[in-house]
Write a protein that binds this ligand. Structure first.
Ligand SMILES: [Zn+2]
Ligand SMILES: [Zn+2]
Length: 144
């Protein structure tokens, strides 16, 4: 995490954005989370210490500087997570009942299988893949 924070500070420094205490707390909460979190979820994660309006603003700014990645979930809720250049490549389990999103990192052999599926699906040469994201929809243990 210390290293992640250094990378974030560097990125924000380059773009002239202040790494305020609030943003630090926001980044810490996201790095502790099991997956992408919405502004409302982060508001609760942070014990309602940061006003929702400033959470929205910080999320938008950190998204623009590519420190965070948006996840557009079920029911039109946008959740954010630390970008993959900070945390590593992974996929998502999405609960179709409550909307919670959990990260899942497949073992390397399965990730290689996914890569070859992507290659096969785009073998026409008319589309040039730069990445992929697998969304598995289902019911989480809380909702089951
Ligand atoms: Zn659920
Ligand atoms: Zn994720």
């Amino acid at each position: 995490m210390a290293n992640t924070e250094q990378l974030i500070m560097q990125r924000l420094g380059e773009t002239g954005i202040r790494y305020s205490a609030g943003r630090k707390a926001l980044i810490r909460a996201l790095s502790k989370a099991d997956g992408p979190r919405s502004a409302a979820e982060l508001y609760e994660d942070l014990g309602r210490t940061i006003p929702l309006s400033s959470l929205y603003r910080s999320l938008a700014i950190l998204d623009k500087t590519e420190v965070l990645s948006p996840h557009h979930g079920v029911k039109g809720v946008t959740r954010y997570e630390l970008a993959e250049w900070l945390t590593g490549h992974h996929h998502h389990l999405v609960c179709i009942s409550c909307g919670t999103v959990d990260d899942i990192t497949p073992p390397p052999d399965l990730e290689a299988d996914l890569e070859s599926v992507v290659k096969s699906l785009t073998s026409s040469g008319r589309f040039f893949p730069r990445g992929h994201a697998l969304e598995i929809e289902g019911i989480c243990s809380e909702c089951a």
